[in-house]
Design a protein around this ligand. Structure first.
Ligand code: PGA
Length: 232
């Protein structure tokens, strides 16, 4: 069905995605563009707060996020898991322990994402629920910068598992109670909005691609999405 339409679709696709989706979405754009050479794409990568701001101004066709706004009427479709896990340097003393009580994190210098980040919000919510007061040693507006700071020994942090690439040997993932924080990536758009033909094609494409990945993952343990979950 999709192949029939090859070449017929033309126009612009404006995507805005949260920071963790940049580890996934650009790579999938290659095959999409091959399928639809007539489509030009713009991709904004930013945190949740900025995504919501863009959505309220109707700047993009489609959004990818993990925390659905409760004050906007949106249509949302989950397509992949986006769990948050505890990152520490490889040689961290807790790295060998199992089932670490979450309270132990209060003794660790913590590196936190910036206000407006959904990662930060999810982490703060869990810590609040569990009565954990971490010492925030450093606040950084980038997942990659946080990874570098962890590798450099500045502290530990909680980040999406998708931020782990071929650099996974530089980190240990701590087995802390209440982690991973289970979340999903969603495709989102304002409920009243009619998706363009191009946006609809992308929507279907991404759903199919994600489904493929989930199926592949159920047959093998070596794919990145399956790495280090420890509990799937
Ligand atoms: P953030 O979103 O950049 O707003 O933290 C990333 C995520 O929640 O996966």
């Amino acid at each position: 069905k999709v192949a029939d339409l090859k070449g017929l679709k033309q126009g612009q696709l404006r995507l805005a995605v949260i920071t963790t989706a940049k580890y996934f979405i650009p790579r999938l754009l290659g095959p999409f563009c091959e399928l639809y050479p007539g489509i030009d794409i713009s991709l904004q990568v930013t945190n949740h707060e900025q995504i919501l701001e863009r959505m309220s101004q109707n700047l993009d066709d489609l959004y990818i996020m993990s925390q659905i706004p409760d004050n906007m009427d949106v249509t949302c479709q989950p397509f992949l898991e986006n769990p948050l896990i505890v990152f520490a340097p490889t040689n961290h003393p807790l790295a060998k322990e199992k089932n670490i009580p979450i309270q132990s994190l209060s003794n660790e210098p913590f590196i936190m994402r910036e206000p407006g980040s959904g990662t930060r919000r999810a982490v703060q919510k869990l810590f609040e629920e569990q009565g954990v007061a971490v010492k925030v040693k450093l606040e950084l507006g980038s997942n990659e910068a946080i990874k570098q700071a962890i590798a450099g020994g500045l502290g530990i942090s909680v980040l999406s598992r998708h931020t782990l690439l071929s650099d996974s040997s530089e980190f240990s993932i701590l087995d802390v109670q209440h982690f991973p924080i289970q979340r999903h990536w969603y495709m989102v758009y304002p409920s009243g909005k009619q998706l363009s033909i191009v946006a609809r094609a992308y929507y279907e494409y991404l759903l199919a691609a994600a489904k493929n990945i989930v199926e592949q993952n159920s047959h093998t343990t070596s794919l990145p999405l399956n790495q280090l979950t420890g509990n799937s």
